[in-house]
Structures are given as C-alpha cells and as structure tokens.
Ligand binder design. Structure first.
Ligand code: NDP
Ligand code: DXP
Ligand code: MN
Length: 391
C-alpha cells in the first residue's frame, strides 16, 4: 500500500470495531481513523477510543447520551479537545457521509442500512461487515454502489473475493460457502429443543457479538451469507453451495469451469479480512500469523443438515423471491433472537416463527427504501404477535 487511508469506523466498540482499531494501531502508515460511531451501550470505551485515536468526530446512536459522551471526552481527551460530538439515530449515517477513503460498517443489524447508503452516496469505499444492510437493501444497495465500491469484510466473502482473483467471471462454476456448523453441529431438532442462550453463545471457533454468534448457532448466519454472496458476486442461488467445515480454516471456495477449486485458508482471525477490507486490493503485511504447517492437522467437510437447521433453506427462498423478502427474513430473525435470549421462546422457535412470518408476507409495489423499512417494521410486529401466541 502506498498512501495512508482515512477510515470512518462504525460500530467501533464491538467485536469488529475493536479488532479494526487493533489493525489500525499496528499499521499507522497504512490507516488513520478519522471518525467513530457506536450505539451508546459502552460510552466509556467510545470516549477512550476517540481520545486515543484523536478523531475529528465521534457519534453515539443514543440522543440522550450526548452530554455524558461530552463529559467522558473531556476526561479522556482533556478540555479543549476539539472532537465534534454527534448524537441520535441518524448520527452514524451522518458520520458515514463525512469525507474518507474507507467507511468500515461494523454495526449489527438492519440499522446499518442508512450508514451503508450514506457511505456509498459519499463515494467512499465501503468495507462491509454489516451484511444485513446489503441483504435487506438488495439491489437498492448494489445499485447505489460503483463497481468495486463495496469490499466484503465478512470472512467467507473476503475469501470468495480473494479466490475470484484466480479466474475470469465466465470461468466461475460455483461458490462454496463454508460454515462452522456452530456449537450445535450434529444435533437433531429434538436435541435442540432445550438448548440455552448461554450454550448458543459458545461459538466453537470465532469470538463475535451476540447476534452473529446466535445466528451461527441457528445457521441463519449462513442463510444471510448465501444472499450476501449472491448480491456481491452476481452468482445465482443454485450455484452457491454451503458446506460444513468445523475448523473454520477454509473460509470459502470458488470452483471454476475446468474443475479447479481455489480456497482461501487462514486461522480464524477477523483481523485478516478487516485489514484486507480497509486496504483492498492490497494486503497488509503481518495482518495475522499464518497457518502452522509443521504439525499434523485435519480439515473436515460435511453436508449441511437442512432438517435440524432450516435457516439456509428459508434464506434461499427469501433471496430467490428478492424484493422485501430478505428484509422480512432478517427482521423476524432479529426479533426472535432477542426473544430467545430473554427466555421468551425456545431455540427451534426462532426459525419456526421466521418461517411463519415469511409465509405471511406479500410484497406490494416496487422495491424502495421506504418499502424495505416498512417490511422490516411489519416483520418485527408479526414476529412479536406469533411469539405471543406461542407462550
Ligand atoms: N464479529 C465478527 O467476527 C463478525 C461480524 N460480522 C458482522 O459485523 C457486524 C458487527 O458484528 P459484531 O462486531 O460482532 O457486533 P457487536 O455486537 O460486537 O458490535 C456491534 C456494534 O454496533 C454498535 N451500534 C449499535 N447501534 C448502533 C448505532 N445506532 N449507531 C452506531 N453503532 C451502533 C455497537 O455499539 P455499542 O455496543 O457501544 O452500543 C457496537 O459497537 C454484524 O453485521 C456481524 O454480522 C461479520 C463477520 C464476523
Ligand atoms: C467470522 C465470520 O465471518 C462469521 O460470520 C462466521 O462465518 C461465523 O461462523 P459460522 O460459520 O459458524 O456462521
Ligand atoms: Mn461470516
């Protein structure tokens, strides 16, 4: 990499955000964080990050926390620090629109949509961890992006983007997305009846935020990632496969028309796809340590159990129907995941309810941002109604 890139970091206090700061801190010649945004759940950390990185602007999604953030900034950065403070539900999108080379969207959930569109509108490269915004926005997001403007950070899609450098688009036969299988791999639907939120949060290979970790346990994460792969790379759903690979070392593969398959392999450490996402197309030297080839190891691959884990099948159907269906899939799932963590529904009921809400959905009119947001709201309400009937 030649020139240093200015980075806007959204979701800075989360798993992706803190790892991105680690990458930036170890590579000051390559990256500089110029703005931060977080929700408000960890104001102390947000203020400490802003002071440490000496950003120009810091944002919290919670309007009621402006004064508290200003006070913490004075403590961490000293009075007269000059850091601009934004607060409120639109703050992350406002920050995303500020001049920068790269916006890394590490927010969780559908609320990442407005910042994603703001970053694209501003002409910045969008290093995208917040897969939900692409999935629910669909062609509204891809249509707002110039070629190459969205760079995937999600490990599988980073792997696919790297492997795709090994052939021309017409030489691609299929994409193979790997799944760890989550903490409940090998269990039957009956076994899953009684699993607890604490068990669902024990991911076998990755340390991530609670939503994506739970989605890994249900395989909804893989369903979302199939839609994400379709939107990013323009490959039809029937040419995107999922294979279970418990070691999370092969992050995904591209099979080419001549029978060759290229896989991207590395230890399960998000700092690699984060660094590549911010530096794309350049690699950041020593982003992580590589694989150890001196000791014996085994990489396994298994077919997906669609009966116990229907999340991928439902996502494929929603993705094929496109329009507002992916937004409904995602929103119903977000509601159900929090209900599962609150003890209001069981594990299997997450996808039972998501399936019911999708079956009830009909799209009216063409796809607009308003239609996506309305479908998101409708799906959350319908999921809550369904869950209330269960208990
Ligand atoms: N973690 C990982 O390894 C991976 C994550 N991803 C994806 O990356 C995204 C982030 O995941 P992860 O880091 O695990 O999630 P976390 O829950 O760890 O972090 C979420 C971040 O979003 C912030 N946030 C919440 N609301 C707002 C808001 N209104 N405005 C700005 N920021 C907000 C949170 O702030 P606060 O908590 O301070 O309120 C927090 O910083 C998800 O889409 C996930 O699917 C993809 C691949 C791997
Ligand atoms: C690290 C990452 O990209 C996650 O999205 C990961 O894919 C989760 O692992 P699963 O394969 O269990 O969903
Ligand atoms: Mn992933």
């Amino acid at each position: 990499m030649s020139e240093r890139r200015d980075v806007v970091l959204l979701g800075s206090t989360g798993s992706i955000g803190t790892q991105a700061i680690d990458v930036v801190s170890r590579n000051p010649d390559h990256f500089r964080v110029v703005a931060l945004a977080a929700g408000g759940g960890n104001l102390e950390l947000l203020a400490a990050q802003a002071a440490q990185l000496r950003v120009a602007v810091v944002a919290t999604g919670d309007a009621s926390k402006r004064a508290a953030l200003e006070e913490l900034l004075n403590r961490h950065a000293g009075a007269g620090h000059g850091i601009e403070v934004l607060a409120g539900p639109d703050a992350a999108a406002e920050v995303a629109a500020r001049p920068a080379d790269v916006v890394l969207n590490g927010i969780t959930g559908a609320i990442g949509l407005a910042p994603t569109l703001a970053a694209l509108g501003a002409g910045s490269t969008l290093a995208l961890a917040n897969k939900e915004s692409l999935i629910i926005g669909g062609e509204l997001v891809t249509g707002a992006a110039a070629p190459g403007q969205i760079v995937p950070v999600d490990s599988e899609h980073s792997a696919l983007a790297q492997a795709l450098r090994g052939g021309t688009p017409d030489e691609v036969k299929r994409l193979v997305v790997t799944a760890s299988g989550g903490p409940f791999r090998g269990r039957t639907r009956a076994d899953l009846e009684k699993v607890t939120p604490a068990q669902a949060l024990r991911h076998p290979t990755w340390n991530m935020g609670p939503m994506v970790t739970t989605n890994s346990a249900t395989l909804v994460n893989k369903g979302l990632e199939v839609i994400e792969a379709h939107l990013l790379f323009g490959i039809p759903f029937d040419r995107i496969d999922v294979v279970v690979h418990p070691q999370s070392i092969v992050h995904s593969m591209v099979e080419f028309t001549d029978g060759s398959t290229l896989a991207q392999c590395s230890p399960p450490d998000m700092r690699l796809p984060i660094a590549l996402g911010m530096g794309w197309p350049h690699r950041v030297p020593e982003a992580i340590g590589g694989l150890d080839w001196t000791t014996a190891s085994t990489w396994e691959f298994f077919p997906l159990d669609d009966e116990a884990f229907p999340g991928v099948r439902l996502a494929r159907a929603a993705g094929e129907r496109a329009g507002t269906f992916p937004a409904v899939y995602n929103a119903a799932n977000e509601e159900c995941v929090w209900a599962f963590h609150d003890g209001r529904i069981g594990f299997n009921q997450i996808l039972d309810v998501v399936g019911d809400v999708l079956a009830d959905h009909t799209q009216e009119g063409s796809l607009t941002i308003e239609a996506v947001l309305a479908a998101d709201t409708w799906a959350r309400e319908r999921a809550r109604e369904r869950m209330a009937k269960l208990s």
